[in-house]
Design a protein around this ligand. Structure first.
Ligand code: GTB
Length: 218
């Protein structure tokens, strides 16, 4: 049975790949697992049926038989645990790859989300012009060591992994800010990941929600 994920019926980015269902679509494409998508309006995300799956009323979720998951980290770890291709077989290499998943969402993503908040929601505050450069420096404090660690390797810690997938999706959020371009190996890293057939397939699938929308549900 194919798993079913949830995604925005109308993502605010109009399919530019920033919503987090892309991470899950991408992981499923990497391992060659077909999947179904249930598109939700913002109102449907806060209704009891969806809240039973996701206590915070967000997307994405993942349903497979009796299993229902939320949180992209948990979903992608589950996919990687049950299919070959996203985590190495060697126990130590596997633990390292999982560590990068946590580093992506726990250490690199938080200041990036702060910048998104500062720019999208706090632009009219009198302190915004002072806050944005401070947050940008906090992001640099993450990007610089990440850039040093990546060096001239293609991927963090060996082959492409779930850790790299998470890190790349987190970094993509920075593209418009110009911060990523300050670290040429990191922008190359993101471009390399975006050239993967599985990423292209996942991106196209979420973009198609806008370019080829399914009929409205009655
Ligand atoms: N920690 C959770 C996870 O990793 O699964 C975070 C899930 C999450 O933030 N979901 C967002 C959501 O459902 C969508 S991805 N938000 C609606 C709500 O909270 O009510 C975040 C997101 C949304 C939109 C854009 N965009 O359009 O640019 C980018 C990212």
């Amino acid at each position: 049975m194919s798993p079913t994920i949830t995604a925005f019926a109308a993502s605010p980015d109009r399919g530019q790949g920033l919503a987090r269902d892309v991470r899950v679509r991408w992981a499923l494409e990497e391992v060659g697992q077909p999947y179904e998508v249930r598109l939700l309006s913002f109102a449907e995300m806060k209704e009891p049926a969806h809240l039973a799956l996701h206590p915070f009323g967000q997307i994405p979720t993942y349903e497979e038989g009796d299993l229902a998951l939320f949180e992209t980290g948990s979903i992608i770890l589950h996919i990687a645990d049950h299919h070959a291709g996203l985590l190495p077989d060697d126990a130590i290499a596997r633990a390292r790859a999982i560590t990068w998943m946590f580093a992506a969402v726990n250490t690199v993503e938080p200041p990036i989300l702060e910048l998104v908040t500062a720019k999208l929601l706090e632009g009219d505050k009198p302190w915004n012009q002072e806050r944005v450069p401070l947050v940008e420096d906090r992001i640099r404090n993450r990007l610089k060591p990440l850039s040093v660690r990546l060096g001239d390797a293609d991927w963090l810690d060996g082959a492409f992994s779930a850790g790299n997938l998470m890190m790349v999706h987190v970094l993509q959020r920075l593209k418009r800010s110009g911060l990523l371009d300050e670290y040429s190996n990191l922008s190359g890293y993101v471009a390399r990941a975006e050239a993967r057939p599985a990423y292209k397939q996942a991106f196209a699938a979420q973009l198609a929600v806008f370019t080829d929308p399914p009929p409205m549900r009655k």
